[in-house]
Design a protein. Structure first.
Length: 202
């Protein structure tokens, strides 16, 4: 491109040079422009499609949270399986199934394998709680021992303390409650309850 147009040439020669260059390179240039425009349009279309899908999944989740409609959950599962709204709906379903241990457990197990780590860990915490409430202590211990997310550390200690208390290992329960107090945020509503439990175990 440096010597594309010879400045020493006449205007007619320069025009001929431009025409020849355009004949040789015009198709490639037009093709590149078309591909570029198509790529930009395609990306915009893809982004808009993803946004529309997210809005539709959100609306289905909100509908399920209000009406608890099984067909809505099925729609989420079949058409928005990659959306976190499906897992959030399943967490809500497990809560509604709490009186049926097997159903609630199976729903929480499915969410515990979610690619969304936050929702997966939340499902594991709720599953451990379900096991504790039903005296399936070994299953609860296994889940909690494998839960390494620091954000759940205080809650993990609290639930491990509950397990120790159910086993009548009161010394261990007291120590775990105290560890829970150290790791829970100041805003946690559990702190006052745990302080009462520690006082009772003294």
């Amino acid at each position: 491109m440096k010597n594309f147009i010879g400045v020493h040439k006449t205007e007619e020669e320069q025009e001929d040079q431009i025409k020849n260059w355009w004949k040789e390179n015009g198709i490639q240039i037009i093709g590149g422009v078309v591909i570029g425009i198509a790529g930009i349009w395609g990306w915009d279309y893809y982004q808009n499609h993803i946004y529309a899908q997210s809005i539709e999944a959100r609306d289905l989740y909100l509908d399920f949270s209000v009406n608890n409609n099984s067909s809505t959950l099925q729609n989420l599962s079949e058409n928005f399986s990659d959306s976190s709204y499906q897992d959030e709906a399943r967490l809500l379903l497990a809560k509604n199934q709490i009186k049926n241990f097997d159903d609630s457990r199976n729903t929480l197990l499915s969410v515990s394998n979610s690619s969304n780590k936050y929702l997966a860990n939340l499902a594991k915490i709720r599953l451990a709680k379900l096991y504790i409430n039903n005296d399936n202590l070994s299953e609860a211990e296994t889940i909690l021992n494998n839960l390494n997310d620091e954000s759940y550390k205080g809650l993990k200690f609290y639930m491990q303390a509950q397990i120790s208390e159910k086993k009548n290992d009161l010394s261990s329960a007291k120590n775990l409650y105290e560890e829970s107090l150290k790791n829970l945020s100041e805003e946690s509503g559990l702190k006052n309850l745990i302080r009462l439990k520690v006082a009772d175990l003294n």
